[in-house]
Write a protein that binds this ligand. Structure first.
Ligand code: PLP
Length: 399
């Protein structure tokens, strides 16, 4: 039977304290105990269902975590203050001094910077590889490797990870396979292909309203308990905790994710085909010309499509900047980083979200100056959007 992530979210039933259709928001940072013994037991991690302090758990955070675990098919999940607030504790929990990580070289610039510049301070080293080449991935593994890290669809180059192939390698070498699924929620369910831990920046499609940062780690109960341990849990001790009011708000937005992803994907597919037909260098996993189109197709939860992200290479940074400014003038979207908004967002990643990656490395991985990353919006009339975009492209001499 195929995996149905949106059904899993819908099938959860929460009531508020007074029968509200939304769960009540826990507006407290700390919790009372009826007996001192229960407090002691809770600190020792022995009392299920008790909350002690909001950096550890809150009812609202647990509701959101449960819904995201249901979506990703994991036992449980822990929500965090941002996507980076999910990624960094997971890596710090799994790796210590002397350990090694094999990571995709095309990942979000912040994650790359953490692995490249920050983790070495703790003597955690990373080899960055072309994640689409399984033999190269396996060859990079050393006796000290603990983690295999990738994004299901990579930021910004939209490389697609062969999660099944990577999971087989991870299993063979006793590694944890961590997949950042921020670019393809619902469309790809990494655990169905063997991922151990799935991470999202909730800031993007899942929240979908560009009004907050947030993150989540979806995994086994054992691992999430480890992250939350008061003694040595990286989520508990590093402190990137989501606020309960925000968790309640993200949960409400999560309920429309299936509709939004369908519309993002439909609009992105339409534009990608049109751009490609114009002769533009277009990268979209839904296009047959995409080198990993077949792999995405093997993993896809079909009704959600290939996602809302596409890139177009317009040849130079000057042209990219001129085109983005013009598109913003025509109100086709915003010249802004991030993704998953109702409005189209565009940016040139080489000089923004991936600027942490050196020019030389950008060149090596195929990240060119003229690349524009689009997060396609929920436009009701995508034909009209395309017509205006085409006029802008003509004016800037891109076509
Ligand atoms: N993962 C991916 C793929 C991202 O694109 C981003 C942010 O752009 C992050 C993680 C980091 O998330 P946040 O900004 O919520 O910390």
């Amino acid at each position: 039977m195929s995996f149905k992530p949106a059904n899993n979210i819908q099938d959860l039933q929460y009531f508020g304290e007074f029968g509200g259709v939304n769960p009540s928001i826990s507006d407290s940072s700390t919790y009372t105990f009826l007996s001192a013994k229960t407090m002691m037991d809770t600190f020792e991690g022995n009392t299920d269902g008790c909350h002690l302090y909001s950096r550890h758990t809150t009812p609202s955070n647990l509701y959101l975590g449960e819904a995201l675990a249901a979506m990703e098919g994991t036992e449980t999940a822990n929500v965090t203050a941002s996507g980076m607030g999910a990624i960094t504790p997971v890596l710090m929990q799994l790796c210590g001094a002397g350990d090694h990580i094999v990571s995709s070289r095309t990942i979000y610039g912040g994650t790359y910077a953490f692995l490249k510049n920050f983790a070495p301070r703790f003597n955690i080293k990373t080899s960055f590889v072309d994640i689409t080449k399984l033999d190269v991935v396996e060859a990079a593994i050393t006796p000290n490797t603990k983690v295999l890290y990738c994004e299901s669809v990579s930021n910004p180059l939209l490389e697609v990870a062969d999660i099944k192939g990577l999971a087989a390698i991870a299993k063979k070498h006793n590694l944890q396979l961590i997949v950042d699924n921020t670019f393809s929620p619902l469309s790809i369910s990494p655990t169905q292909f063997g991922a151990d831990i799935v991470i999202h920046s909730l800031t993007k499609f899942i929240n979908g309203s560009s009004d907050t940062v947030g993150g989540v780690v979806c995994g086994s109960q054992e691992f999430i308990n480890e992250l939350r341990s008061v003694n040595d849990g990286a989520c508990m001790l590093l402190g990137a905790t989501m606020d309960s009011l925000r968790a309640a708000s993200v949960l409400k937005n999560l309920r429309t994710l299936h509709l939004r992803i369908q519309q993002h994907s439909k609009n992105a597919m339409y534009l990608a085909e049109k751009f490609e037909n114009l002769g533009l260098k277009t990268v979209y996993p839904g296009l047959e010309s995409h080198p990993s189109h077949k792999i995405f197709k093997e993993m896809i939860n079909e009704q959600y499509g290939f996602g809302g992200m596409l890139t177009v290479d317009v040849g130079s940074l000057d042209k990219a900047n001129a085109l983005m400014e013009l598109m913003q003038d025509k109100n086709l979207g915003y010249l802004a980083v991030s993704l998953g908004f109702y409005k189209t967002l565009f940016s040139a990643p080489g000089s923004s979200t991936s600027s942490e990656i050196s020019e030389e490395e950008q060149k090596e991985m195929g990240l060119s100056d003229g690349l524009i990353r689009f997060s396609i919006g929920l436009d009701a009339d995508i034909e009209r959007t395309y017509d205006i975009m085409k006029t802008c492209m003509k004016e800037i001499n891109v076509i």
